[in-house]
Design a protein around this ligand. Structure first.
Ligand SMILES: NC(=O)C1=CN([C@@H]2O[C@H](COP(=O)(O)OP(=O)(O)OC[C@H]3O[C@@H](n4cnc5c(N)ncnc54)[C@H](OP(=O)(O)O)[C@@H]3O)[C@@H](O)[C@H]2O)C=CC1
Ligand SMILES: O=C1CO[C@H](CO)[C@@H](O)[C@@H]1O
Length: 278
């Protein structure tokens, strides 16, 4: 089993570059998937309050027998709990459901500009980090204007912005801006929620290396310096998605994938307008 590389964050902490996402895995099924993932060598798990499966994730990590310090657990604050006091309370709910006394990473799930609470919410995140309850604090689905506002108001830049990135939606201009603030990008829906797996170019590159399309795409994220959190409920796919450290995409492969970027390649919601209950 190859070691998963670590990415250094702007707060001096590190995060495994490859983790396991659990969106759409029900609470009573997530334990089996997380156990498979940990057995396969994943150490980082990405959940969210809105996924409704923090309890199942917590039980699985306790049952795994892996030391807490060797695991990296991320959750995300749901939209309806934004605001300074509500955030402090809601975060304790996550710890309780997960059965943990700290999180490695906690993210504001969506900025939801219409409710205009994300700056106060971020101040609560900064406080929770100072109190030692969260190792690293970050955001998700934040656009550059949302980042500017929280950094301006608090003086603290998030360590991570978790956003949609995959070969058909590469966000190269946004990624360049993040590099200026030294904010790491975590690619969500890294396989385009499955949609990017049928791409012919990806298929040809995968065949050339004797790998699957998912493995070729995950390798692309790693070589782009992105943190990547593919999801699967199938044991064979969970294992295959981490078996990506014995090959390398070459410059031609990377150049071909760069051309797959499309303005309309997005599979998730638009952060400027999304007011979903997450
Ligand atoms: N912050 C945010 O707003 C968001 C965060 N996320 C996070 O990102 C994670 C990953 O994104 P997600 O949208 O789930 O989608 P992914 O891009 O990880 O794709 C998952 C889909 O691909 C399939 N799949 C996975 N591996 C393989 C494989 N090796 N071969 C064939 N098919 C495969 C899965 O099917 P199957 O399960 O049947 O194997 C599933 O349908 C989420 O679980 C969540 O943690 C996602 C969306 C938004
Ligand atoms: O985390 C999430 C899972 O996917 C959903 C659909 O794109 C998102 O809305 C949500 O933020």
């Amino acid at each position: 089993m190859s070691a998963i590389p670590a990415i250094e964050l702007n707060d001096g902490k590190t995060i495994p570059q490859l983790g396991f996402g659990v969106w759409q895995i029900p609470n009573d099924e997530v334990g089996r998937a997380v156990a498979e993932a940990i057995g396969a060598g994943y150490r980082s798990i990405d959940t969210a309050q809105g996924y409704g499966n923090e309890k199942g994730v917590g039980a699985a990590i306790r049952d795994s027998g892996i030391a807490r310090s060797d695991l990296y657990i991320t959750s995300k604050l749901r939209t309806r709990d934004q605001g300074y006091d509500a955030t402090l309370k809601s975060f304790m709910g996550s710890l309780d459901r997960l059965g943990l006394d700290y999180l490695d990473l906690f993210l504001i799930h969506w900025p939801v500009p219409a409710q205009d609470k994300y700056s106060d919410t971020w101040r609560a995140f900064v406080q929770l980090q100072r109190d030692g309850r969260i190792r690293s604090i970050g955001v998700s689905n934040f656009l550059p204007e949302h980042l500017d506002r929280i950094i301006g108001d608090s003086g603290v830049a998030p360590a991570v912005n978790q956003i949609e990135v995959h070969p058909e939606f590469q966000q190269r201009d946004v990624r360049a801006l993040h590099r200026q603030h030294n904010i790491a990008i975590e690619s969500y829906s890294p396989l385009g929620s499955g949609a990017a797996l049928d791409n012919e170019t990806i298929g040809a590159i995968a065949s050339k290396h004797g790998k699957s399309p998912a493995q070729a795409i995950i390798r692309w994220h790693l070589q782009e310096g992105l943190i990547v959190i593919p999801k699967s409920t199938h044991a064979d796919r969970i294992r295959a998605n981490i078996d990506v450290f014995d090959f390398e995409l070459d410059a031609d492969d990377m150049a071909s994938i760069a051309k797959l970027d499309r303005r309309d390649g997005k599979v998730g919601s638009d952060p400027a307008t999304n007011n979903a209950i997450w």
